[in-house]
Design a protein around this ligand. Structure first.
Ligand code: ACO
Length: 414
């Protein structure tokens, strides 16, 4: 897999060369509460928690999990090891990794009843993310430990969901097309298992490695909407299944994880590379958001897109149709970054190239966001568990802008 390693090294070298001289944002060390900060709409700037799990430096384009640069993890790690790191705070020894993988394997059978639930819904008319949230909720209903809200019990649920969400995604992908789910193979990694669960075919080593890199890149990303949603639900001492159901619902939205599928629909709407400029001019006139661009935190190039872009180039080069799709994306990146980027600091985000990578693997567009969930489950659970260790229920306030002393008007006088 030297070619993928070289590609990641080149992406890291570019990122490190281009890193801006902008100062570190505040709040990267210990703080004493209450914290002075300015908060904007959408809670922009608000500090929700202390964390040791991950750090996004949006002005420098850094993404760090537990101190490790995501470029290094993509090059050297696996999704299993990265998940262990996020949950436990250190890279595993070989014995710890073997035990973690054994535990994941112990959860590698889905209960038949959850497949039955998927069969009974109108699965090809239901968004796969909606099917996934129902399935995760159902798993919780059959787990007698679900309401034990200790860190220990919820860690067990986290590991179960890291093992089983890929299997659910695969089952949903197959059932949508009238195909039966396949039995998982005990020797598969999570990335191989996800591909096998979707396709029912043994994945080749390169495809499995690309999927592994994609899972590592999507595993954690600060206080994004779905992570925060998961933490908010968990902070009421609800239950981990419910918290993850809420995270899945949040990730589905097109302003968040759902953007990866919207990017593909946009590229298909544009049709071919020569249509990009006209399409973009019209999109600007219509004040349309261009999916896969912009970010609340990154005002520099997203490090995940630095890897996924070149991966998309590599995977599409042999097929004329896929190559045209990739070239359309490249032209769109140029149009957007030149047209909007300089004034608004808008760059491609993680979702811009991930869909092309998945499409090149033969995965249907509607399954892109569920794949994101199969990865982000590690970050969701790691952060919810970290917060649970020193829990205080989340409870912000709203600025009330309505009247306060309206006289009640009886129905007959309205
Ligand atoms: N296309 C066009 N204009 C954009 C885009 C875009 N993709 N993104 C931001 N802008 C504009 C905003 O309209 C805003 O313009 P204004 O100053 O005239 O009001 C300006 O750029 C600044 O926007 P932000 O305040 O940085 O955006 P915000 O933090 O509110 O939203 C978001 C971030 C939701 C990601 C936004 O950029 C967006 O809608 N992007 C498209 C959807 C997308 O790709 N989402 C995936 C994000 S990554 C993830 O969640 C996994």
């Amino acid at each position: 897999m030297d070619e993928i390693r070289e590609l990641i090294q080149a992406a890291a070298a570019t990122a490190r060369k281009e890193t801006s001289e902008e100062p570190e944002p505040a709040f990267t060390g210990s703080v004493a509460y209450p914290v002075d900060c300015s908060v904007d709409r959408g809670l922009a700037g608000a500090i929700a928690a202390d964390t040791k799990i991950g750090y996004v430096n949006g002005s420098k384009g850094w993404l760090i999990y537990r101190g490790y640069d995501v470029f290094d993890l993509s090059e050297h790690s696996t999704f299993e090891e990265t998940s262990f790191l996020l949950l436990n705070g250190h890279l595993p020894t070989s014995a710890e990794l073997a035990a973690f993988e054994e535990k994941l394997r112990s959860y590698s059978q889905l209960p038949p009843s959850v497949i039955q639930v998927l069969r009974e819904m109108p699965i090809n008319e239901t968004h796969p993310m909606s099917a996934l949230r129902t399935a995760v909720s159902f798993l919780g209903n059959w787990d007698p430990t679900a309401d034990t809200t200790t860190v220990e019990a919820e860690t067990e649920v986290a590991i179960r969901l890291i093992a089983q969400i890929p299997l659910l995604v695969g089952a949903i992908a197959r059932l949508r097309h009238g195909k039966d789910p396949v039995d998982p193979k005990p020797n598969h990694t999570l990335a191989q298992g996800l591909l096998y669960a979707m396709n029912g075919e043994e994945p080749d080593a390169k495809t499995a490695r690309v999927m592994d890199v994609a899972l590592i890149l999507h595993a954690d990303h600060g206080m994004n909407a779905s992570t925060f949603t998961t933490m908010v639900v968990n902070s009421s001492l609800s239950d981990m299944y419910g918290s993850i159901v809420a995270g899945i619902a949040s990730l589905k939205g097109p302003l968040h994880g759902g953007a990866n599928e919207q990017v593909l629909y946009t590229l298909e709407e544009i049709g071919n590379p020569d249509n990009v400029e006209a399409w973009f001019t019209k999109a600007r006139e219509q004040k349309r958001k261009v999916m896969g661009f912009g970010h609340r935190v990154y005002k520099a190039y997203d490090p995940r897109a630095r890897i996924l872009g070149p991966l998309a180039a590599k995977l599409t080069s042999a097929d004329p149709e896929m190559k045209a799709l990739y070239e359309t994306a490249i032209r769109l990146e140029k149009a957007v970054t030149e047209g909007l980027g300089t004034e608004k600091k808008i760059f491609p985000n993680v979702d811009f190239y991930s869909g092309i990578v998945y499409r090149a693997m033969g995965i249907e567009t509607a399954i892109f966001t569920p794949i994101f969930a199969a990865s982000r489950i590690s970050g969701w659970t790691a952060r919810a568990l970290e917060y649970l260790g020193d829990n205080r229920i989340f409870r912000p306030r709203a600025v009330y802008t309505g009247p306060t002393s309206v006289d009640y008007v009886p129905m007959s006088e309205r």
